[in-house]
Design a protein around this ligand. Structure first.
Ligand code: SAH
Length: 246
């Protein structure tokens, strides 16, 4: 049997409840996927696990879905943030989609000294991430913050969260750290954040500043210089492997 269409909704989910679907999702179900009355689909909202549901009514401007039964329980996702300098359109869309598949809990765009993309359409990124979460069977959708300056982010950082700074200049340092060198407690999964610089890399003063911060660990992803989006995805895959959740 082909896998069910999955849809993220905001409403609470519970047995027997009927939900009304409108606008974009209505168009998707009715006109794109051509589902009719009686068709089944899966719903999740990031809190109540996953439910099997059935379309019970389709009208011009609304569609009613009845929740049949809970099919998966909510689980706690690993607490990993992706802090990244925005890149150009297709590449940033790719980061939102692929990093969601790789389990990012929160996206934090940062403006660094060499960032040359100032405007970030967070709503578009969120829409990409929701689609990716629906498709990859996640039970949550990631959060997004508005872009902020790196210096401000570092000033306000909660020190209990490690900041793993991906640094291509770390490779030649005698004490270069690889992702697999990090301590990871597989029972008490750490709260971490991965920081990726812009295409131009971090400035020397940013690297110096971060070097001194107690919550920062600079990490090398190897001798090749990766594009920002490649670095983000490679770092996330290695992190998931590290904590044994890949
Ligand atoms: N300015 C650099 C390239 C920056 S690559 C140059 O042209 O020489 C963009 C970002 O990807 C970097 O800031 C870093 O966060 C990450 N990155 C790329 N390759 C990396 C590597 N081998 N190890 C760690 N981080 C890397």
């Amino acid at each position: 049997m082909a896998s069910l269409i999955r849809l993220y909704v905001e409403a609470d989910l519970q047995d027997g409840k009927t939900l009304e679907i409108q606008a974009g999702q209505l168009h998707y179900l009715k006109n794109v996927m051509r589902l009719g009355r009686g068709a089944q689909l899966a719903l999740f909202n990031g809190r109540d696990g996953e439910y099997l549901a059935e379309i019970v009514e389709i009208e011009k401007k609304s569609l009613q879905i009845k929740l049949l039964e809970q099919t998966r329980q909510q689980i706690l996702d690993p607490d990993i943030w992706l802090v990244f300098a925005p890149v150009k359109k297709s590449r940033i869309d790719m980061i939102a989609e692929k990093a969601t598949e790789l389990g990012v809990a929160k996206f934090v765009p940062v403006i660094t000294d060499h960032t040359n993309v100032e405007r970030v359409k967070v709503d578009r990124l969120r829409a990409n991430a929701i689609e990716a979460a629906e498709q990859c069977r996640r039970l949550t959708v990631p959060e997004f913050e508005e872009p902020q300056a790196l210096s401000k982010l570092l000033d306000n950082w909660d020190e209990t969260r490690r900041l793993l700074v991906m640094d291509e200049t770390a490779e030649n340092a005698p004490d270069a750290v690889k992702m697999s060198d990090l301590r990871a407690d597989k029972i008490n999964i750490p709260s971490d954040a991965i920081l990726i610089g812009p295409e131009g890399g971090f400035s020397p003063s940013e690297l110096d500043l971060m070097e001194k911060l107690p919550f920062v660990t600079k990490v090398s992803l190897g001798g090749r210089i990766l594009r920002a989006e490649t670095a983000a995805l490679a770092a996330l895959a290695l992190w998931q492997e590290l904590i044994g959740q890949s």
